[in-house]
Design a protein around this ligand. Structure first.
Ligand SMILES: O=P(O)(O)O[C@H]1O[C@H](CO)[C@@H](O)[C@H]1O
Ligand SMILES: O=c1cc[nH]c(=O)[nH]1
Length: 277
């Protein structure tokens, strides 16, 4: 990428390499999958027709390739809002406009098992990053088309899913109602899981609220599909459902590309089922 940057406000090189993600215009598709874990990047891109590593800088690992003929990118965000906001800022600056978080999560409602998928139509903003962008009343809502494409993808592939509202936190432990070290468990943390469960929130993770908030502010599209690693009702934990989440997200990109083409052909701003054919 080189070491010479042209701006302190938006640090990038003359060729347009972005400071953190180390990618430049032309390196990424408009459709980008966003796992937190960099180790998930090759697992996801191995499901595509072709892929190559573009960059691996800090927590940001990027592969670009094709899934069923559609150009697609995956970039890891690392854990939490701050690094996710950086990924969205820099990816959008080089041409990305549609994001799908492919995460792991903790389910808090009964009937959600390890390995199940949850598609989040909205996120509770329990993180801090989005609050540095816009006031707290602003909605962290998923894009309608991306969410619908995730549903269509799961149905097409025959992969079961739940639809839900995620709560995105800055803390995996206290913030998600887990006791801290040596049993530190103040009352506000003790009650958080039950309060959210009563409000029909389905799961905990740490990035969707930041992603949705920034996407809405900037006129980008975002959605999220997560695999349940933690069952907070039965207190079980297991790493399952990653591949299914990756397949659903990749298939959703193929579907979105078709819908985007259909919208353009018919001069419509929003895709709706009646546009088909
Ligand atoms: O598996 P990823 O996508 O990283 O997502 C979840 O896992 C991490 C916590 O273990 C947080 O980033 C959380 O959102
Ligand atoms: O419980 C969980 C599992 C995965 N990721 C989270 O943020 N929480």
């Amino acid at each position: 990428m080189g070491e010479k940057f042209v701006s302190a406000e938006r640090p990038q090189t003359e060729e347009g390499y972005q400071y953190h993600i180390a990618c430049k215009p032309g390196d990424v598709s408009r459709y980008v999958l966003l796992p937190g874990d960099p180790e998930r990047v090759p697992k996801i891109s191995s499901l595509w027709d072709e892929a190559r590593e573009i960059a691996f800088h800090r927590e940001y690992r990027t592969h670009t390739g094709k899934y069923k003929g559609v150009p697609i990118t995956v970039t890891s965000t690392g854990i939490g809002g701050p690094s996710t906001a950086i990924a969205v800022e820099e990816l959008a600056a080089i041409g990305a406009d549609t994001f799908i978080r492919v995460g792991s999560t903790g389910a808090i409602q009964p009937g959600m098992e390890i390995g199940d998928l949850i598609i989040a139509r909205a996120a509770v903003r329990l993180e801090g990053t989005s609050k540095q962008y816009v006031r707290v009343e602003y909605p962290a809502v998923a894009d309608l088309e991306v969410t619908l494409a995730l549903v269509e993808a799961a149905e097409t592939l025959g992969i079961p899913y739940h639809m839900g509202i995620t709560a995105s936190t800055d803390s995996f432990y206290l913030g998600q109602g887990r006791p801290g070290l040596n049993g530190y468990f103040p009352s506000f943390a003790r009650n958080i899981m039950d309060d959210l469960r009563q409000a029909n929130v389905t799961n905990f993770e740490m990035e969707a609220a930041t992603l949705y908030t920034l996407a809405n502010i900037y006129g980008l599209r975002a959605g999220c599909v997560c695999a349940v690693f933690a069952n907070r009702v039965t207190n079980e934990f297991g790493k399952a459902g990653e591949k299914e989440a990756a397949l659903v997200a990749s298939e959703a990109v193929k579907i979105l590309a078709e819908w985007d083409e259909e919208k353009e052909r018919k001069g419509k701003e929003v895709w709706f089922p009646g546009l088909r054919g």
